[in-house]
Structure formats: C-alpha cells, structure tokens
Design a protein. Sequence first.
Length: 680
Amino acid sequence: MPGVEGPTASSSKVKTKAKQRYLKRKKERRKQRSKGYGEVQDGEVAVDDVEDDVDAVDDDDRAGSPENSNPTTPLPSKPKRPKKRRRVEDEDDDDAMAVDTENLSPKTSPERPRTPGTLPALPSFPLPALPNAPSKSELALLGLDRALVGAELIPPSTILPIPLAKEDGGTRLSERTRRRLRDIGVTELFAVQTALLPFLLSEESNELYQPFDPPRDVCVSAPTGSGKTLAYVLPIIETLSERVVTRLRALIVLPTRDLVTQVRETIEVLSKGTKLRIGTATGQHSFAHEQSQLVQDQTDVLYGGSSKVDILICTPGRLIDHIVGTPNFSLQHLRFLVIDEADRLLAQSFQDWLAQVLAATRSQPSISEEERRKLNSDWNALRPDSCSPIVLDGLSQPYIPAFFPETKSTSCQKLLFSATLTQDPGKLAALGLRDPKYFIVKGEDKDRAQSNLLDVVMEKFSMPATLREHMTVMDPSQKPLIFFHIVQTYKIRNALVFTKSAESTTRLVRLFEFFERERTQNADSSTLVVRSYSSDLPVQERKTILEQFKNEKINLLVCSDLISRGIDISNVAHVISYDVPVDMRKYVHRVGRTARAGREGDAWTLVEQQEVHISLYLEIDVTDSCTLKQKARYFKQMMKDADHFDRIRRIKVNERDLEPLLPYYASALQNLKDLYTRQN
Ligand SMILES: Nc1ncnc2c1ncn2[C@@H]1O[C@H](COP(=O)(O)OP(=O)(O)OP(=O)(O)O)[C@@H](O)[C@H]1O
C-alpha cells in the first residue's frame, strides 16, 4: 500500500544517509587515531566492526556524547586509546551498565592487558544511607494517644472572676455555690477550674443518667497547689444537689486517709445548704461501723442497692472491702468516679482494685431462677425506679417492642487528676477511658503548644511559678550541721522536712532537739519546736500535730513521704528535702507542699557529694553507702533530665559559716550517742 510504503521508503533513505555520514566520520576518526597511535590493533577493529551493525540512529545519538562530539580534540598522551564501550543486547541498559558488563567480561578483548588508569571513571552511585534516628521528642509523639494530642492546654495565669450577681459570669455555678465560695474567700476561679467547670457542667452533662449518650472521661494534669480539688468538687456538688433520692453517685478515691479527711472537709464546707450526704471509708473505724454508715438496708435483696450517702470518699483497700463484703453496697448509680493522685493510685495493684471498681459500675445483679420467676409474676415488686438503666436492662422484664433497640452504657464519668499524671498507655488502658478529654495546665505561650505537650509526654512536670528552689552539696558528715545552719541563717519556720524513712525522722528530731537545747542555753533566742510526723503515730495524735503545725505552735515538722502528696497546709513556707527524693515525681510533690494557690515558697535540697566520710553520726545513719556515693550525681542528673537544673539555685556553705555552731553540734552528737547507747 502506497500510504504505508511511502514513509517506510523515505525513512530507509534517511537512514542510509545517516549511515553514510556516520561511516565518513568513522573513517576520519580512524585516520586520526592511526596518526596518533600508529597501527590499529586487531581487537579494536573487531569492536568497531561489531559497532557497524548497530542501528545508525543509535550511533548518531552516541555521536553527540562528549566522547565523540569533537573528533579533532587532542587526545591524551596515553599509550593506548581508551577502550571503547560495547553495547550489549539489552537496549535498556545505560552507559554505565555497558561499561560494567565489559569490565566484568574479559572475553570482549582477552588479549589486551588491563592497565591501571586506562578505564573510564565509573559513575558514582549514591551510597545506601541509614535514615536519621528519630529524636527523643519524635519518638515520644509516636503512637501517642490521639486524645492527648488534642489536649486542651490552659495557661496557668488564666483566672475567671466569680460574680455574686444573678448571672454566673461563665462559671456555670449556682448562686448558692458562688456565695459559699465567697464565704471561704474564693473570689475567682483558678486556671484548671476555668476549663473544667464549663466542661463538666455543660447543659448536656448535668443529667444523672445518660445511658444512650454517656459523658466523656477526663484526665487533668496541673501543678501542685493549682486548685484541682475544687475543679472536681464543685461540679459534683452542682450536679448532685438537684437529686431527689439518695444514691451513691460520686466516688472519690484517694491514696491516704489524711487526704480523705482533707477532701471531706472541703466538700462539707461547700455543700452546706444542700441535702447531700457525705461518707468516708478508710478503715479508720471498724468495718461494721462503716457498713452501717454507708448502707441503709443490708438484709433485703435490693437490685437497685441501698445507700445512705451521695458522695463517698475512700482509700482503695477499704473500697474493695465494701464492694465485696457489704450487702446492697452498689456502684450502679455512680455518676462520677474521681481518681485523685491518679498516677500513684494506678501504680497500686492492691487486689486489682481498679478492675473490681470498674466492673462494679457495670455489674448486673445475679438473680436465682426462683427470684426471676417471682420477678416475672410481680414486676412492680422490683420498684424499677430504684435500679440504674444499665442494671434494669439486665433484669428479666416485660417485653417492650422497639424499632431501634439501643444498648445502654453506664453513666459513670471517670475523672483523673494529678500534678504528675502518668502517660503510661498500659496503665491508662486499664481504665477503659471513654473518649477521654485531656486538660493540661502548662505554659503561658500558646505558640509553644506542641513543646508543652511534649513536656507532659516526656514527664517534664511543671512547677508552681512562685516556687524558689535551692540546693547545697555537702560532705555527708556535715549534713546535720549544714541543715542547722540553713535553718538559722535563712530563719526557716513553718517548714516541712522530708527524710527517707520513719527511723531517720525520729533520729533527726532527737538531734535537732539536743542542738536547740545547747544553742538556746548559750544564746538569747527562743527554742525552735520540731516534731516528727509518721504513719506509726495514732490517727488522733497525727491530727493534733497537724493542727499545731497549722497554728504555728510547731516550727518544723519532720516526716517521711507520707504527706508529700496532696496535703494542703496553707502556711507551709519552706520544704526541706533532708534526704534527696528518689525520683522526679516525689520531688515535684514534696516541693509542691509550699508555694500553693499563688503564694510564694522555698524548697531546699541537701545533696551529699560523692566522697563519703563516715562520721559518728553517719555510722548510725548510713545503711547503704553505695547509694550514698551516687547521690549528688544522681540528683543533678535527675534534674537535668527533667530540664529543671537551671531553676535550682546552688548555695555554698563555707567552713567558716559553720564554726559558731560547732560546739552545740558536738554536744548534741554526744547526747544522741549517749541516748542510743542507753537504749541498746
Ligand atoms: N479559686 C481559688 N481561689 C483561691 N484559693 C483556691 C482556689 N482554688 C483552690 N484554692 C486553694 O488552693 C489550695 C490548693 O488547692 P488544692 O489542694 O486543690 O491543690 P491541688 O492542685 O489539688 O494540689 P496537689 O496536687 O498538691 O494536690 C487550697 O488551699 C485551696 O483551698
């Protein structure tokens, strides 16, 4: 067909011309070479002959390569011309591959000796490279709970005035509650409260039961003394104060009895004028007594439970005792489950308390066949209004047809609080949080939201802005003396002093008392009063001591970490860590006993340096000298890891500063030694 043949014929003509041009250039090249190198060798001709068969268009392309573009270019003064590349069968191979193939195949020119330096340079391939290792911060964000990424960050300086007028001013608090707050001197909401109250008191969430649209759970991380207690107490009181029947609707779990007492006092003050009833379960009283205080009817089988209290504040151990052993003690009506000091409580595996509590909020009553038959015949006898919707669902009941049968959920909203909230996914997973909402009080700068969030994830806890921190490094043998020196020099009063154990507490108090006796005998000043506070003391005595400390009849209270968490004593001006805290969390909670609610405060840490000189005093004190050797380094590293070292002012104490105290100290040591010798 002419239409087909025409182009084919013309292309073959073009091809012929191109080939002629190519052959002409080739001849010229040969001439050039023979001038420069003399006789052409056999092998080379052979290669060229192979090349002659290659498609001319290809050759044209190659003619444009630097190698061939200028045949008149002076050739390098090498003994042999560079070996010509040979195009092998695979047309897709690039030039580099062609060179490689030839080099790997000595058959192409077996007789030609290979001279170093005659091969064209191989193109360099990019070397395989490892990707950069992700930074610590990138790793921290990986796999992070989405809820935490969407956390609401609240600048610590945020406040909201509480008006007394009819309008609530955005606080969502009733007039009654606002008046109560005014009565106790609270005129504005603190940062954590400004965020929590509107969230927990929104219109949709003030129902006692929300089986089809249950409320979201909440996790709060806010510094010590920032007002977390009111952030949960106020919404609980506001939501429950409208209730008609008393049911156990709020459960507050705390790690110690002292904290239970403290929170109870706060709730009692603020719920004045409501009908809400408050109970505690700590094991302080007999079990039977507690049962009678908590449950109305322990004899009948009541599927809806029976409660004398609306709000129960308790420690986990005693709570489990009641779940297991108190008839009609039921958590089915719970609207709020508060876990304060959550990181500490989640670390406690006591009887798997958390799993038991969560199960109790969802549990169905176990009903015998006989009871079930009775129920079917007399449904009204059950008094269905006494059961929560979720329990009612589990009972045999008259069949009510429904187009859209919906599953009901417990209305219990979990609220977790801590100044050192754990981000441990395993621990949080155990809680089975429902669409949790995180609130984090941290950082004034909104542009640094990402890094603030990272700090929380990497457990770089925030501290009160009004806290001043100091540390002094010393030889262990001088620690008691330097402690006395700091107390005298900085006029330390209203101080909590933390030691590592109840035993060291007692010893330090004795030594201090001897020292003060010697000092005041020879000087015109009043004796400082120091007392120990430990779990060994009877409850009533502990209460009395705390009262005396609050009333400033005791100047220094020496204690172990028993009261390092949560305890709120407004007049604590100083916290002294006589023994360094074992971890950053402990440090945060210890120093957080001062500088609360915007007040100023000082924290002092006495750190032993590496070299250990065991003195008379320390012979009694030291049990683990290996640990001791590590202390200064360990403490500094702990602070550096938390990006906190720069906030701590280092104090240097000279030998000369200590000289005036030495005689009293020597006598005090002798007295202490005599005392221990007598006791043994
Ligand atoms: N809005 C407020 N105005 C004035 N004082 C307040 C306000 N909110 C709380 N406080 C007071 O601040 C102090 C510290 O509050 P709270 O004990 O709740 O702190 P916290 O955040 O729970 O601390 P911690 O983590 O140490 O337990 C308390 O004395 C409390 O009465």
